[in-house]
Ligand binder design. Structure first.
Ligand code: AMP
Ligand code: MG
Length: 347
């Protein structure tokens, strides 16, 4: 094939700003409060993750959090032959024994599929593979190929029952849209279990905080990435929560002057063209925020606002393809934009 395929993978990054400025010295917080600061990193789920914890239990907490993340990656990797997801994807329709965590994430994904009217679909893996999003060997599949692969979709046919799961033959699961949010929840719990009361997890575009404030008593400040460039569109002040972003810029390729992005519309099997460039969800639970960032990106501005009005218990920052910024009223006072037109979305 002569087509020139240009590919790019840009890690989704939310910028964590320290209490004073983005480039404040590392010990600025410890200097104010005398709290010890510990940091650690882990590469998992295709992502470089960092954890920062304050206080005397920080190191123990980070170690426990790293273990949790690695453990979940081993359960949910699509490529590790020993993972439970790999076993399901290669089961040929037979029952597979699964852990409680996998059972839980599958029921959660099924529930979110229904709630988002199909916009979140963890059975798109064969279609993602056809586009090359799973391997980096990008190509544009033709309509017949996509239609045939869409026949294998089947969230509603995932049967989970007392430690066992079965999926139809040819149906394959990929938890890429929700696994990092779940891992963040588990890691935050692990930190708390070790007595950590103040910590920040940066799971490559997924930010989760432990504790309502930093040790110096101020709110956490999270920069929201500009989907059109390297900077940020503004800074959000938050307490204990998850701040999770999905955007087409994270993984895409260009062919014949057309850009194809990695979040697919499950109805068409093609990259979602919903008019949104990025979706950031702010809420209590990482897994819900992660599920919603992907699915509200698929829905587009109007349906995303409709979903928010009906379901409520989260906030969001949407950036349209034209650069418009839409912020729900619950966080409009906590968001300091650095550029762009901001519209407050009301109930
Ligand atoms: P996220 O970065 O959380 O938005 O997840 C995006 C990843 O989820 C993609 O790279 C795919 O692996 C997968 N994916 C793409 N489209 C969908 C979709 N509509 N539902 C569920 N997973 C998807
Ligand atoms: Mg997601």
């Amino acid at each position: 094939m002569k087509n020139k395929i240009v590919s790019a993978v840009i890690t989704a990054v939310l910028f964590i700003l320290t209490s004073c400025a983005a480039d404040a010295p590392d010990d600025s917080i410890a200097g104010v409060t005398g709290e010890k600061k510990s940091s650690g990193s882990v590469f998992a789920m295709d992502t470089y993750m960092t954890i920062t914890a304050y206080g005397k239990n920080g190191e123990k907490g980070i170690e426990a959090a790293q273990k949790e993340i690695t453990r979940l990656e081993k359960l949910w990797s699509v490529t590790d032959e020993n993972s439970e997801i790999y076993a399901i994807d290669h089961s040929g329709g037979t029952d597979v024994e699964i852990s409680t965590e996998t059972e839980e994430i599958l029921s959660f994904a099924t529930d979110m599929h229904r709630r988002t009217k199909g916009a979140l679909d963890i059975t798109l893996y064969p279609v993602l593979r056809a586009w090359g999003f799973t391997t980096g060997e990008y190509r544009v599949p033709d309509e017949d190929e996509i239609s045939a692969l869409l026949e294998c979709k089947g969230v509603d046919m995932i049967k989970v029952d007392s430690g066992k799961v079965s999926v139809p033959e040819n149906t394959e699961i990929d938890l890429g849209a929700i696994a990092k949010g779940c891992a963040g929840d588990a890691a935050a719990e692990a930190l708390k279990d070790q007595g950590v009361t103040s910590a920040l997890l940066d799971l490559g575009g997924n930010i989760q905080t432990v504790g309502d404030t930093k040790p110096d008593g101020t709110k956490w400040k999270v920069g929201i990435r500009d989907p059109f460039g390297e900077g940020s569109i503004g800074t959000l002040s938050v307490g204990e929560c998850a701040v999770i972003t999905s955007g087409g810029y994270e993984r895409f390729f260009e062919q014949d002057g057309v850009i194809y992005k990695h979040i697919l519309d499950p109805e068409t099997g093609r990259p979602a063209e919903s008019g949104l460039a990025s979706v950031t969800i702010i809420g209590n639970e990482g897994r819900t925020c992660d599920a919603l960032s992907t699915s509200l990106y698929v829905m587009g501005l109007d349906d995303a606002c409709g979903y928010w009005r009906e379901n409520g218990d989260f906030d969001m920052i949407l950036v349209s393809d034209e650069g418009g910024i839409y912020v729900t009223e619950g966080i409009s006072d906590s968001f300091a934009p650095s550029a762009g037109n901001v519209t407050v979305v009301k109930r």
